[in-house]
Design a protein around this ligand. Structure first.
Ligand code: PRP
Length: 216
């Protein structure tokens, strides 16, 4: 049976709405009190796995899910071996460098040599500072990264910015953008090549839905 890995959190509602538009109903994941992590669509044609954003590429790479929905930010960080098929347009955000507004830094190149940068996006951050030829120490964190500069543990952070509210409310400002991100449809490469479970039909319908939404 076709299996789709869908992300918990901010991308969940839009992911479920998109799959509904192609006839797959996984809205049970949105029901209050639902603790199920795997459900089958009522028409019994597909299954969905509810996983953390960063685990979506893992389930797809290992073939437990033939399709997945995940942020481009996670795809960049995980560098998983999956096929990137469609930019779904929802979940816009950017990966940025930010510092305390009260700090003297207004560009990444002004950061001190061997300064500290806290991030959940260790690989992206490392690659970015290497591209600037600026040696820094990356401090891996799992969340609330903004506390790095607030507590004085780091001079800067590399973190996702969507509305910008978290930065503002914590007295931080962006000084550079690494890249923009939106949700992507990904597939297990071999399943996609072999058109397992008529994957191509679903991908085609999803592409059509996305271009209709974009045209509105
Ligand atoms: C993300 C991100 C920022 C915040 C940005 O954190 O790491 O902290 O959202 O959103 P905003 O620009 O709309 O305020 P998340 O909510 O995933 O929590 P976390 O820090 O615990 O990972």
């Amino acid at each position: 049976m076709l299996t789709v890995a869908i992300p918990k959190g901010g991308l969940l509602k839009d992911s479920i709405r998109l799959l509904q538009s192609v006839g797959l109903d996984f809205s049970a994941f949105l029901e209050a009190g639902n603790r199920q992590l795997q459900i089958t669509d009522p028409s019994n044609t597909a299954k969905a796995l509810l996983v953390r954003n960063s685990d979506v590429p893992v389930y797809v790479e290992y073939g437990q899910a033939q399709l997945g929905i995940v942020g481009y930010d996670v795809l960049r960080e995980k560098a998983a071996n999956v096929a990137q098929l469609v930019d779904l347009g929802f979940g816009p955000c950017r990966l940025s460098v930010a510092v305390k507004a009260s700090s003297p830094y207004r560009s990444p190149l002004e950061l001190p040599l061997h300064g500290r940068v806290a991030s959940k996006f260790v690989h992206c951050a490392r690659e970015y500072f290497q591209s600037l030829d600026l040696p820094v120490e990356i401090i891996p964190l799992a969340g609330s990264v903004e506390l790095g500069p607030i507590t004085g543990m780091s001079e800067a952070i590399v973190d996702l910015v969507a509305t910008g509210n978290t930065l503002r409310e914590n007295g931080l400002i962006e000084i550079d953008v690494l890249f923009q991100s939106t949700a992507r449809l990904i597939a297990h490469p071999l399943s996609y090549r072999l058109d397992t479970y008529s994957l191509h039909d679903y991908v085609k319908q999803i592409r059509e839905t996305v271009s209709q939404v974009a045209a509105r």
